[in-house]
Design a protein around this ligand. Structure first.
Ligand SMILES: [Zn+2]
Length: 314
């Protein structure tokens, strides 16, 4: 009883702004898709100020950062009552990760996405630190690895060392629906190869499809070898499709992971949706070893969960 009261008190304290949310690990998760962080605000551009505001809004509404790879592995180590949100950045444009030279020393541009994320993580450590960068190692400037050639390798290594993930977005943004098997495989293998020149042995676990277009045979994108490089993707991300089904739900399909384009209007609409329909929202139970689901939805849990996980009804 005491434990129950304490849990309730903790939940109330962290959600003074709203009714406490009951755990529901069959709820949906937002995988947000950012492109440019720059000026002015437009279809594919979020300003630094608006990006920072997005993080504030997410934090205030009980969302916490979860790495894409942790999501795929079913490892949701977030406090009870909070909701995972995944950040992704496509196309390695300069405003995503920029260094400034000040008096001979390099510092993170506080107006670049990584600078904003780092400052936010310092101010709100419980928000977490995670994002996946779907980079283009062979694109023309300004999209080649954040457009500071002298620092390209250092940036990739910095991301890998600081809890961020690097994902495959092909070598130079090839529309995979327009090419045959040889070119599709070369695009994927070479992207990994080019990244591994800077970060040895790094495995790109996820692929974001340029333009959201699948190759004629999805198997070409999932695993294979070309140019002496072996690749294997655990998930393929689309460019749209809304909130993703829970990793623990039968409906979860890692080969077709939907994303939400993080432009003002679409993000606002989804936040409003989850505020109005909290039962649709993934809410952590606080225990990464347990999958807590509403009893009425028990039949929606997938059969092939990792063996380390235990399903509990509420
Ligand atoms: Zn792209």
């Amino acid at each position: 009883m005491l434990v129950l009261l304490l849990t309730a008190a903790l939940l109330l304290a962290s959600f003074a702004w709203a009714e406490p949310l009951l755990p529901n690990e069959l709820g949906r998760v937002m995988i947000l898709e950012y492109h440019k962080i720059d000026y002015p605000e437009e279809r594919w551009t979020r300003t630094p100020e608006n990006f920072r505001r997005d993080l504030e809004t997410l934090y205030a509404r009980g969302y916490r950062l979860l790495g894409l790879n942790d999501l795929l592995d079913g490892r949701v180590a977030l406090p009870a009552g909070t909701t995972p949100v995944v950040l992704t950045f496509d196309d390695s444009s300069p405003g995503q990760f920029r260094y400034l030279e000040r008096g001979g020393a390099l510092e993170l541009d506080p107006k670049s996405a990584v600078g904003i994320l780092e400052a936010f993580a310092r101010a709100r450590p419980d928000f977490g630190r995670a994002a996946t960068f779907f980079v283009l190692p062979g694109a023309a400037p300004p999209n080649r690895l954040f457009n500071q050639p002298a620092h390209a390798g250092a940036k990739l290594r910095w991301l890998a060392r600081h809890g961020y993930e690097i994902g495959n977005h092909t070598l130079w943004h090839a529309n995979l629906g327009q090419y045959g098997e040889t070119t599709v495989r070369a695009q994927l293998a070479e992207a990994q190869q080019w990244i591994r020149r800077h970060v040895p042995d790094y495995r790109l676990r996820t692929l974001a499809l340029p333009h959201g277009v699948y190759p004629k045979d999805v198997a070409w994108a999932l695993a294979g070898a070309a140019k002496g490089e072996t690749y294997r993707h655990d998930a393929i991300l689309m460019v749209a499709g809304g909130a993703a089904p829970s990793r623990f739900a039968r409906r979860f399909d890692p080969v077709r992971l939907p994303r939400i384009q993080a432009v003002g209007r679409e993000l606002r609409a989804w936040l409003a949706h989850f505020a109005k329909h909290p039962e649709d929202r993934f809410v952590s139970d606080g225990d990464p070893g347990v999958v807590t689901v509403p009893a009425a939805r028990r039949d929606q849990v997938r059969a092939d969960l990792p063996k380390t996980l235990r399903v509990v009804e509420r």
